[in-house]
Design a protein. Structure first.
Length: 731
C-alpha cells in the first residue's frame, strides 16, 4: 500500500547532494563488507507512504545486471511509524527511519536476499528513495571480495577434509550451505557476499591442498507427507519465503498453518552448477545422500521457500508439499569425480568426459578410464526400463555426445563396443553424423562391418533413418569395402513390414520421444516414406552398384502392399526424376519400379469401384446367441437399413462389441425410452466410401505415373492403360 514514482519523473538538486550521497555510498559499501569492490547506486523508485501505508515482507529480485543489494534513503518529513524491519537467517533488526531534524536524512542498506518489510505508517507521510546497489562488471571477472588472511584456518580445514575422506564410510561429497540466498542467474564465486565469500575463500584453498574440487550449486529439498491443519485467527502472516519473489501477499489475508505429521516422500539434489571461474557446468541433477548436507540440521528451524497445504478430502487427510532452495559450496576429492557424477547417471558424467577428451594427451589416461566406466554404467535393455527415478535416461543426444568424445580420444575399440552394445539397440537416426565421424576413426574394414551390422539389425524398424545414413556414407566417396554396408541395407529391406521385425505401435525413447510411424496424406500409418526410396536409390548410385540398384528395385516392386505406390513409390519416382534431369532417361531400376507400381494400381483401380446394389452386408458372426442371430439376419437383409433391438444394458454392450469386432458398416445408438431400452442400428456405406477415397488417390498416382512414363518397350502399353483408367474415373 504505497505510491510509487519512476526515476525519470524525479529530479534531485542541491550543491551538497553529490558529496553527501558519495559519503552515504562509502559508508554503505564499508558496512556491507564490499569496500574493495567498485559499487554504484542506481535510482530505482521514489516511494511515498500515506497514513496506513505499508509494504509486506519480501525479497528484492535482481533488477539489473550486477545488482547485489538495496539502499533506502528516507527524506526528512514528519511522520510516525513506518519502521523498516530486516531479517536474515535467525537475525532480525527493526530500524526507525524518521529523522529527528529536518536537515537530516536516514539511510539503510542490505543485501538483496534479506527479507524486509515496511511497517504501517501511523501518522504523516514517509518519503524515501530506493536505489539498486550494483557491482561494476569488467571485461575480466571481478575478484572475489577479499577477506582477512586465514592461513591457519585453511591448513586446519585441509586436514579435516583429508581425514574426512580417508574414512571408509565417508560419503562421496559434501554440500556446505551458504548463509545468503542467490538467484541461479547470479550464482558465482565472485558474487558471494560477506561471510559466504570468506568461508568460500578458506574452503577453496583447503580443497586445493586436500586434492579436492569445488563447485557452487543450488540445493533442492522437496518433501511431501501428512499434515495436521491449525488456524490462528489472531495472526496474519506477512512473511513469505518464495524464491526471489519481489512481493507476495496472502490471497485471502488468513494464514492457515499446519504441522507436518509424516514425511512420505523426500527428494534432495543439487543443480545449477558453477565452477570456480563462474562458468556454467552441465552436471545436471545430482542426488544428495545422507550425511552430505552440512552443517547438519542447518535447515531445521528455517522456513521453507514454498509451503503448500492440500486440505483433507474424502477419506484422505490433509497433505503438504514444501521445498527449500539454498546455495551451497560442494566439495569432493578429485579422484572421486566420476563416482559423484555417475551417482546422477551417465548423462551427468558426459560433460566431464568431454572435457577430458578435449584436454589432449595429458588427460588421455583419465579420459580412457572414465569412458570405460561410463560405458559399463550405461543402461541398456532391462536396465534402461528400470533406470532410477529422478535420474535422466540417456537419450539420443547422450549417445551422440559419447561417440563424439570417443572419436576425439581416438579410441576405436571403445567406439566399436559402444556402437554395438548401446547405439545399435537404441538407434533412431540422430546419431548419423556422429557415426560418420566414427567411421573414420574405426578404419574402413571395421567401420564397414559395424555399419553393416547396424543396417541389418535396424533397417526393418528404422528404414528412413538407415537410408539417410547410407546416403550420407555414399557422399563421402566410400572405398569398395563399404559396399558391404549397401548390401546389408538391401538385405534388410526384406524385414520391413514383416510381423515380429517391427513394432505394431510407435517405439518410444526413454525421454518420451516418439519415432517410427508416420501419418500419410491418405490416412495410413506406415514405416517407410518416399524419402526412403529416394535416399536409398540415390545412395546406391554413389556406391556404383548397378546390381545393388536392381536388387533394391526388385525387392520394393515385389512388395507394394508395404511400399505403398501412392505415398511412397510414385512420390519417390517424381523426386528421383527431379534430382536427375527431365531429359535424362529413367535408369533400369527406376523403370522396373515404375512398371511395378503401375501394374499394382491398375490391378486395383483400372475399373472404377461399383457401389453396392443393396444394403446386404456379408457378415458371419461366430456368436450364436439370439441377439447376435438377430443382428446377423439384419446384416444380411438386402432391403432393411434400420433395425431396432430391445435389450438391456449388458446385452446392448455385447452387441456394441460384436459390431466393432466385425467392423460392420452400421452405426448404433440407444433410444432411451421404455425398459428395456432400444438399440437402433443403421447401415451405412463406410466401406465403399473408404474404397472410393483410396480410388481417388490411386487415380491421382496413375496420372503422375503417366507423366513419368519411361522410354522402354513395355511402357507405351502400360501408359495407355493408365490414361484410359484416368479417363474412366471422370465419367
Amino acid at each position: 500500500n504505497v505510491w510509487q514514482i519512476s526515476p525519470d519523473a524525479i529530479k534531485i538538486s542541491g550543491k551538497s547532494w553529490p558529496a553527501s550521497f558519495e559519503s552515504i555510498l562509502s559508508k554503505v559499501t564499508a558496512g556491507l563488507g564490499c569496500q574493495d569492490a567498485k559499487v554504484s547506486a542506481e535510482l530505482y523508485k521514489m516511494l511515498i507512504y500515506n497514513r496506513g501505508g505499508f509494504f509486506l515482507a519480501h525479497r528484492d529480485t535482481e533488477k539489473t545486471a550486477g545488482m547485489f543489494g538495496t539502499l533506502v534513503v528516507t527524506l526528512p518529513s514528519a511522520y510516525r511509524g513506518g519502521a523498516l524491519r530486516i531479517r536474515h537467517a535467525d537475525r532480525e533488526v527493526t530500524i526507525e527511519t524518521d529523522a529527528a531534524d529536518p536537515s537530516e536524512i536516514s539511510f539503510a542498506a542490505f543485501y538483496a536476499d534479506c527479507e524486509h518489510e515496511a511497517l504501517p505508517v501511523q501518522e504523516g507521510n514517509r518519503v524515501c528513495l530506493v536505489y539498486n546497489l550494483i557491482q561494476a562488471r569488467t571485461k575480466s571477472k571481478p575478484p572475489v571480495l577479499t577477506a582477512p588472511n586465514y592461513e591457519s584456518q585453511v591448513a586446519k580445514a585441509a586436514v579435516i577434509l583429508e581425514e574426512y575422506w580417508s574414512a571408509p564410510n565417508a560419503p562421496p561429497k559434501i554440500a556446505w550451505l551458504l548463509d545468503h540466498q542467490y538467484s541461479p542467474a547470479g550464482l558465482s564465486f565472485s558474487s558471494l557476499k560477506g561471510d559466504d565469500a570468506a568461508k568460500a575463500q578458506v574452503l577453496l584453498q583447503a580443497a586445493i591442498r586436500a586434492q579436492c574440487v569445488a563447485h557452487l550449486a543450488v540445493v533442492h529439498i522437496e518433501e511431501t507427507g501428512g499434515a495436521e491443519e491449525h488456524y490462528n485467527d489472531n495472526y496474519r502472516s506477512r512473511r513469505h519465503h518464495y524464491w526471489d519473489d519481489d512481493q507476495e501477499a496472502d490471497s485471502d489475508g488468513e494464514d492457515v498453518g499446519f504441522t507436518a505429521i509424516t514425511v512420505d516422500d523426500s527428494w534432495q539434489y543439487l543443480d545449477e552448477w558453477r565452477d570456480t571461474d563462474g562458468r556454467v557446468v552441465e552436471f545436471g541433477c545430482i542426488p544428495l545422500v545422507a550425511g552430505e548436507l552440512l552443517p547438519a540440521g542447518a535447515l531445521d528451524k528455517e522456513p521453507p521457500d514454498k509451503n503448500r497445504l492440500m486440505e483433507a478430502s474424502g477419506n484422505e487427510g490433509a497433505t503438504y508439499e514444501r521445498s527449500y532452495h539454498r546455495a551451497s559450496l560442494v566439495i569432493w576429492p578429485a579422484k572421486r569425480t566420476l563416482d559423484v557424477l555417475l551417482g546422477a547417471g551417465v548423462v551427468a558424467a558426459l560433460p566431464y568426459l568431454k572435457r577430458l577428451a578435449e584436454g589432449g594427451k595429458s588427460d588421455r589416461p583419465k579420459a580412457m578410464t572414465a569412458a570405460r566406466r561410463i560405458l559399463k554404467a550405461w543402461p541398456t535393455g532391462v536396465r534402461l526400463d528400470h533406470y532410477s527415478i529422478g535420474i535422466p535416461s540417456p537419450g539420443s543426444s547422450a549417445r551422440t555426445t559419447m561417440i563424439t568424445a570417443l572419436v576425439e580420444m581416438n579410441a576405436p575399440a571403445l567406439i566399436e563396443k559402444f556402437i554395438r552394445e548401446v547405439v545399435l539397440p537404441a538407434y533412431d537416426g540422430s546419431e548419423n553424423a556422429a557415426l560418420l565421424s566414427a567411421a573414420a576413426a574405426l578404419g574402413n574394414k571395421k567401420a564397414a562391418e559395424i555399419l553393416a551390422a547396424l543396417m541389418e539389425a535396424r533397417m526393418a524398424d528404422r528404414p528412413n533413418e538407415c537410408a539417410e545414413l547410407l546416403l550420407a556414407l555414399g557422399e563421402t566417396d566410400p572405398p569398395p569395402t563399404f559396399r558391404l554396408v549397401a548390401k546389408a541395407a538391401i538385405a534388410g529391406i526384406d524385414g520391413i513390414g514383416i510381423p515380429g521385425r517391427e513394432s505394431a505401435e510407435p517405439a518410444v525413447e526413454p525421454n518420451g520421444e516418439d519415432f517410427g510411424w508416420e501419418e500419410t496424406e491418405v490416412g495410413k500409418r506406415q514405416w517407410v516414406t518416399a524419402e526412403f526410396v529416394t535416399n536409398l536409390f540415390s545412395a546406391l548410385v554413389l556406391f556404383r552398384g548397378r546390381t545393388l540398384h536392381d536388387a533394391a528395385a526388385g525387392k520394393i516392386g515385389s512388395r507394394l502392399e508395404v511400399f505403398d505406390p501412392v505415398t511412397v513409390v510414385v512420390p519417390a519416382l517424381e523426386r528421383l526424376r527431379a534430382i536427375q534431369s527431365v531429359e535424362a532417361a529413367m535408369d533400369p531400376a527406376s523403370q522396373h519400379l515404375w512398371a511395378s507400381a503401375a501394374e499394382f494400381l491398375l490391378a486395383r483401380s483400372e475399373v472404377p469401384p461399383q457401389p453396392p446394389p443393396d444394403w446386404r452386408l456379408q457378415a458371419t458372426l461366430s456368436c450364436t446367441c439370439p441377439d447376435c442371430a438377430d443382428l446377423q439376419a439384419f446384416a444380411r437383409n438386402p432391403n432393411e437399413r434400420v433395425h431396432r433391438i430391445r435389450v438391456n444394458k449388458e446385452r446392448r454392450r455385447h452387441l456394441h462389441q460384436v459390431i466393432k469386432k466385425y467392423s460392420l458398416d452400421m452405426t448404433h445408438v440407444t433410444e432411451r425410452v421404455g425398459s428395456p431400452q432400444t438399440l437402433v442400428c443403421t447401415k451405412d456405406r463406410r466401406t465403399f466410401e473408404a474404397r472410393m477415397k483410396e480410388y481417388r488417390h490411386e487415380i491421382a498416382a496413375m496420372r503422375k505415373l503417366g507423366k513419368l512414363a519411361p522410354k522402354s518397350n513395355a511402357a507405351p502399353a502400360i501408359a495407355k492403360r493408365l490414361e484410359a483408367a484416368v479417363k474412366a474415373s471422370t465419367i
